[in-house]
Design a protein around this ligand. Structure first.
Ligand code: GLA
Length: 737
């Protein structure tokens, strides 16, 4: 039983295999408080941790006598306006303009989990605890939902706000999850960056006041990420405490920590209130996105593995989820806009000869698009470029033995497009104000159903016209100049959330009509790499930066939360188009192997020595991909921290084998070899180590060739010789004897 309720004492506990999450209700007033989140503990009554009998918490017989109580109590879902002066999870406004609210306990239920709408988790081995809170004055009901699965160390939370009154209420803030805890010298981890350097890991001590990240760009963004790690000071990859909070959502978010006067922390996440308001008519309800919480007593590695398991088993739905994805070659960095059918067929022919399995035609195939100035919205094939049309090209590619995939940017509209000329009002813009262009384009108002229907028809017409087995769904600019002609004045602040819901609806329709389609989401690289999009696409393009060394940082940050099977990663040409760096072709392959693996280069023009290596890399992918995609991820070293080398491992769940990747970013003169402690193996099993040899495309014994116990490799370590040169890599296959 994973959910237990002590009805008499009003204590609620959620147990996962290794963790317990406990909340309870005070006697008077009936406030729901957060008691504990940590390693699994026995069923003791630990309500004393709510400290309701201590100064300054002393409860008053009349709860309204003492605001200090409200301002100190570890609230489980804090509200605005009645004396808790910290950040609220919920803020309501009445038609009169009053904002005070107070939530009191009003009951609970425990049910078997039933899969709900996407985005969200799914599964048939879960339970849901619903705690009902209410404000009698507002006639408002708040349902806090907690889901746990038997096989996962995660708690998934969301809330539902129900207006039982006879008048309209306005939600100014309705977050998904919030909980209070003591600050025991914790540090905060966030994932931050920019275009081409998404999700770099940042770690800093938590201090007083408000700190956190948000996006108001209409997408999760390159700059910040809907993730927070609250970690103990001594937290490493394998030791220490880590709490991870990740919002399952693809739009504006906030993820914050507030440290208050008693060194208490308030951790919260949800839709960013800055750009949000929701008009809740009488009888209506609003459901927030889900947030996944993970506690790990095994450092960051334990946290990552719990997120990976949760997302692989209970979030990603595509039939491609557990299948080897076709190795694709994408023509973006090969040709940019400058291609025709001859060029694509030449790439496909050479790719087929090397064992590559799919050609993806990127931007530039439609309208009159020869640069990024036009044609978004005109999803008809440019027959001047692709003579004979799309079907002829796709048939030609299929005849070479390759699948065919295509790029779309369905949410966008170029001012220079037939669509814009016909429907200028479909672009998001404030009437009377010149809207800002980004990458020369506007955003379509996907919140409007007629716009969505048009977009869907355009996609379907193309997908029905030829044998297209993959779609790259791109989104290349943030939302600005917000206004929707489809919304009344008092609903304008609903646009960003309605937009995201529109995207979800479109992608849901797409997957319903083309269930076998392999969908890869993308947003100017990785600006919409988030758990919401993973419900629709099993993989997301990680970053436009394809440089192997830059990717070490991006992929490490991404893998902190998301499984490697979800990370779009390609081998590209050198000097790298983004940073101008030159790295060995082998290394580019090893780094891309930690993701979906593919190519992004002109295979007809790269150096012969590189091209000759591709069949071997293809074989390498087929040898190891399953282990990478399904294995447990262990990070052994971080270039982001040591500025010298990077290493990670994927260990089969039964611990019979592992793949270790080591990238030496900087060669060291006159130095010893490096000693690397290997994690995740079975201490009692013995293993022999083999090196993947790129030249012979086979495994050769590594080091002294002897077998070692997992515990020896973990504690004493293994030797990685210094390699001659920078940016070198080595791949080790560790196999049980
Ligand atoms: C974005 C994507 C790229 C490519 C271009 C095409 O930047 O991230 O991979 O598809 O758009 O315009």
């Amino acid at each position: 039983m994973s959910i237990a309720v002590n009805e008499q004492e009003r204590i609620f506990r959620l147990d996962t295999p290794d963790t317990s999450y406990i909340c309870a209700v005070t006697d008077d007033p009936g406030y729901l408080g957060h008691v504990y989140y940590g390693p699994r503990i026995p069923d003791d009554d630990i309500r004393c941790l709510l400290r309701t009998s201590e100064n300054p918490y002393i409860p008053s017989m009349n709860k309204r006598d003492k605001l200090s109580f409200t301002d100190c109590y570890p609230m489980e879902y804090p509200v605005y306006g009645t004396g808790d002066f910290r950040e609220p999870a919920l803020k309501i406004r009445t038609p009169e303009g009053y904002c005070a609210a107070e939530l009191n306990y009003a009951g609970y239920s425990v049910e078997n989990f039933k899969t709900g709408p996407v985005p969200g988790v799914y599964g048939d081995n879960g339970q849901v605890l619903t705690i009902k809170l209410k404000d009698d004055c507002l006639k408002l009901e708040v349902l806090l939902k907690y889901t746990v699965f038997d096989d996962c160390n995660a708690v998934i939370r969301h809330s539902e706000i129900i207006n039982n009154s006879s008048s309209t209420l306005f939600l100014e803030r309705a977050l998904s999850a919030s909980f209070d805890m003591d600050n025991e010298d914790y540090e905060l981890i966030t994932l931050n960056g920019s275009w081409a350097r998404e999700r770099h890991i940042n770690r800093k001590p938590i201090g007083y006041g408000f700190q956190g990240v948000y996006s108001d760009r209409g997408e999760t963004s390159h700059q910040h990420h809907p993730f927070l790690g609250i970690v103990s000071k001594d937290c490493t990859q394998s030791r220490g405490e880590a709490i991870g909070v990740n919002l399952i959502y693809s739009g504006n978010f906030i993820a914050s920590v507030y440290e208050g006067q008693f060194d208490n922390l308030r951790v919260m996440t949800g839709i960013d209130p800055e750009s949000f308001e929701w008009k809740l008519n009488a009888g209506e309800s609003f459901v927030t996105p889900q947030a996944a919480l993970v506690y790990s007593a095994e450092g960051l590695g334990g946290m990552s593995r719990s997120f990976h398991d949760l997302y692989r088993e209970h979030l990603i739905r595509s039939p491609w989820k557990d299948k080897a994805r076709p190795i694709l070659i994408n023509n973006w960095e090969a040709t940019y806009f400058d291609f025709n059918e001859e060029k694509l067929l030449a790439i496909a022919k050479e790719a087929a000869a090397c064992g590559i399995e799919m050609l993806v035609m990127d931007d530039g195939w439609f309208g009159k698009r020869n640069d990024d100035n036009s044609s978004l919205g005109d999803w008809n094939v440019n027959e001047n470029k692709l003579k004979g049309g799309l079907k002829k090209l796709v048939d030609g590619v299929n005849a070479l033995g390759l699948k065919f995939g295509i790029w779309f940017e369905p949410e966008m509209i170029s001012p220079d497009s037939d669509l814009y000329r016909a429907h200028p009002d479909w672009a998001i813009a404030v009437p009377g104000r010149t809207a800002g262009l980004a990458r020369n384009q506007y955003v379509l108002d996907i919140s409007r159903s007629e716009v969505r229907d048009h977009v869907f028809r355009s996609l379907a017409d193309i997908l029905d016209s030829a044998n297209i087995e993959y779609v790259k769904w791109d989104m290349n600019r943030p939302l600005s100049d917000l206004a929707s002609l489809g919304l009344e004045a008092d609903r304008q602040k609903e646009l960003s959330h309605r937009y995201v819901q529109g995207v979800y609806e479109l992608q849901g329709r797409l997957m319903e009509r083309y269930p076998d389609l392999l969908l890869e989401n993308c947003s100017g690289g990785g600006a919409r790499f988030d758990a919401g999009m993973l419900c629709f696409s099993p993989q997301i393009w990680c970053s436009d930066d394809t440089d192997a060394i830059e990717r070490l940082l991006i992929q490490e940050g991404t893998a902190l939360v998301y499984p490697l099977s979800a990370m779009g990663a390609h081998v590209s040409d050198c000097p790298n188009h983004t940073v101008g760096r030159v790295t060995p072709f082998e290394t580019r392959g090893y780094v891309a192997l930690a993701g979906t693996f593919g190519y992004e280069l002109d295979i007809t023009r790269i150096p012969e020595a590189d091209r000759a290596m591709i069949p071997g890399q293809v074989k390498m992918y087929h040898m190891y991909n399953e282990l990478v995609a399904a294995g447990d991820y262990y990070r052994l070293a971080s270039y982001s921290g040591n500025n010298s080398y990077d290493s990670w491992m994927c260990v089969r769940k039964d611990k019979s084998e592992a793949l270790l990747t080591f990238i030496q970013v900087k060669g060291r003169p006159n130095a010893h070899s490096r000693k690397l402690k290997v994690e995740g193996l079975d201490p009692g099993k013995t293993y022999r180590i083999y090196r993947f040899d790129m030249e012979t495309v086979s495994e050769v014994p590594y080091g002294d060739g002897k077998a070692y116990h997992g515990s020896t490799l973990a504690n004493a370590g293994l030797i990685i010789n210094n390699m001659w040169g920078d940016n070198k890599g080595i791949l080790l296959h560790i196999k049980e004897e």
